[in-house]
Design a protein around this ligand. Sequence first.
Ligand code: SF4
Ligand code: SF4
Length: 369
Amino acid sequence: MLYKQFGKNGPMVSRLGFGCMRLPSIGEGENKRCDDEKCIPIIHRAYELGINFFDTAWGYTNRDNQRIVGKAVHDFRDKIYLSSKLPPSEVQQPGDFRRKLEHTLKLMDTDYLDFYHMHALNAQKFDHAKKMQMDKDMLKAKEEGLIRHISFSFHDAPRVMVDIADHGIFDTLLCQYNLIDQSNEEVMAKLADRGMGVMVMGPVAGGMISAGGEDFRKLYDTPAETAEELALRFVLGYDAVSLALSGMQSIEMVEKNVAIVEKIASVTAEERQSYKATNDKLKGLSELYCSGCAYCNVCPQGIRPQQHFKAYNRAKVWGLYDAAKQDYLDDGLDKDAEKCLGCGACSAECPQFIGIPEKLAEIKAYFTK
Ligand code: SF4
Ligand code: SF4
């Protein structure tokens, strides 16, 4: 396993972090629970192979995920780093944060968390967190040693990430970044330069890059043998990134990913540059390229045009039509074209001069034809 310092003052973490969200479960709906018999050997194998970072969250697997992660790492707790997350929506009155943190510590059978995140922040959720004094409560918990690092995970426009980091309490962040979504790249570098630890989720774009398989891999000049390997080489080859979280569901997956990461040391600046050049070439062939800046998020109907363009470009630029269509339909984006009033407020903000209302209709036709 390879290790890297997590931010300027952070610990040495394995470059592959274990995202525990997708651990095997039993039961359906409200009865869904982690499958202890399957989960524990997977986590133990990851530890044996050198993974020392395990990430869970309050809500995963019907709130049963933190329990199994704590149970699985119990015998080597002091040798690894435990990370969890609490969404601001869980904090509705003073005292909620503390109660939930204490519940998590008890459930995970640990005295402290190495990393504790405000979960899935956007501008609105961060405002709510501050209103509920979650930031102050996190600082207090850190002073008391219940949390070692204060972190946030992020889903909003890149400029919002800087605003949140500027608040000053955060040591590390977790955001999306991969070969087909580099909207956060510049901001990640800026915050890493300031000494923040940067961790990445979705290195294979939620399975989309894996689904592209050999056709996708062949788009790039790469020593990688598979599309997944290419994806991890790209993400972990970026200086700003300390580690990538991968949601692993089986021992085979753990062994495969560890073997890939062990080869990452050989990623040169030239190799990464060639991936970026290929991306630029592919984007240049597309008739539309949205940078994901989100300046257009001014819609009175709540439409987020960049979500449409992201799906469209994944299909058009990288040839991932089936997977992109699935995401487009799963996210209910096909309903947006009817909701659009054609007011043009979004297009007026777009630095790429995209005629957004017309494109929404075109993209709908493209995915529902
Ligand atoms: S044109 Fe449509 S998508 Fe754009 S702001 Fe108006 S209603 Fe929203
Ligand atoms: S549509 Fe334009 S404004 Fe909106 S995210 Fe894309 S590039 Fe930015």
